[in-house]
Design a protein around this ligand. Structure first.
Ligand code: KG4
Ligand code: ZN
Length: 334
């Protein structure tokens, strides 16, 4: 038997089917991700039923590939970890049932993982992040500011009251007639814009809470477009939207870091690819004397490696599931 602890991690929570093999929580032996963007793009958003069907179609192949790329046989696995919460119900169930089948046939434990635990852990697979730290998770489905203590204990400081920030990017892109996912396109147009950005109000700037809200900002963009005579100034709108959204994220993160006396901030999730956000977080870190971390992009977006990685520590806490494990569309991060 191998000296190292080998965990297979499965994530099917949204529109990526992913399986990965990780040794001892950090050494990524494989990380296979099958994206469904081509299926959903013509609808301008994720269609849950289509997502479940595609996961079902490819899950076995993706698991096989992850084992083959890792050079690991099924018998070598010590455990299987799976995202069972939160996410699209039908999509989650595909991963959970696959994990159960493997656990049953191999007589190995199942480690149930909260999807956001995986995102938070992603930075620690690439960097030595000290405790305690703050993690800003920004994706198409989530916007969370989390205080992370030694031993992977979490305190949720803030979350979005409505749309996730990536969702707002995608909806604004749709309003502007751009493609899906719209986040990278809006980011590029904002970056290339040389004119005065449209002045949109920074959301939630006047409250003491660490919560976010992006739906009002999206509506402000819609009204602005409706009032335009002729073609809307796409670059100026993209830049103005991006300024307001990113300022909201960075200002609250900076305030939480100051109030909690935190010396390290991590950024993760698909929107962590945003160049303005990365720049402003780094600038904030330099100003406040805080170390900032961002993992490589393939660990920012949904992937099985972060699930297998964090499972190493979750298992150490004695958390295991049996074949009665089910999925939960929403679940607190505790
Ligand atoms: O983490 P992710 O791959 O999937 C989940 O939502 O879990 O994140 C996808 C989201 C999409 O909303 C996409 O538009 C956004 O991340 N995104 C970006 C950028 N790249 C991806 N948003 C803003 N700027 C970007 N450069
Ligand atoms: Zn995610």
């Amino acid at each position: 038997m191998s000296e190292r602890r080998l965990i297979l991690g499965i994530d099917t929570s949204c529109d990526e089917t992913s399986a990965a093999v990780v040794a001892d929580g950090r050494e990524i032996l494989s990380n296979v991700v099958s994206s469904q963007v081509d299926i959903h793009e013509r609808f301008g958003g994720i269609v849950p039923e289509l997502a479940s069907r595609k996961h079902t179609e490819v899950i076995t192949r993706i698991i096989d590939r992850s084992l083959a790329e890792a050079g690991v046989a099924l018998e070598d696995l010590d455990a299987v970890a799976v995202t069972n919460r939160p996410g699209l119900m039908g999509a989650l169930l595909v991963g959970v049932e696959a994990a159960k089948a493997l656990a049953f046939t191999q007589s190995i434990p199942i480690i149930p993982i909260h999807h956001i635990e995986g995102h938070i852990y992603a930075n620690s697979m690439a960097h030595d992040v000290p405790f305690p730290h703050l993690c800003l998770t920004v994706s198409g489905g989530h916007t969370l500011l989390v205080y992370v203590r030694e031993g992977w204990e979490y305190e949720l400081l803030g979350t979005t009251l409505d749309d996730a920030v990536g969702e707002a990017y995608d909806k604004v892109a749709k309003l502007l007639g751009l493609g899906f996912p719209g986040g990278p396109i809006v980011d590029r147009l904002a970056h290339e814009n040389t004119e005065e950005p449209v002045d949109f109000t920074v959301p939630m700037a006047r409250t003491d809470s660490y919560d976010f809200s992006f739906s009002g900002l999206k509506t402000a963009v819609r009204y602005y477009i409706q009032k335009c005579d002729g073609e809307p100034p796409v670059g100026r709108i993209a830049a103005g939207f991006q300024h307001a959204a990113v300022t909201s994220l960075v200002t609250k993160t900076a305030r939480a870091a100051k109030e909690r006396g935190i010396r390290a901030v991590t950024l993760t999730g698909g929107v962590a690819a945003n160049r303005r956000l990365r720049h402003d977080i780094e600038e904030m870190g330099a100003e406040l004397g805080i170390d900032t971390y961002c993992p490589p992009f393939d660990l920012c977006t949904d992937n099985g490696a972060m699930i297998a990685g964090v499972a190493h520590h979750v298992w150490d806490k004695g958390i295991e599931a049996d074949l009665s494990l089910s999925a939960h569309a929403s679940a607190p991060l505790t």
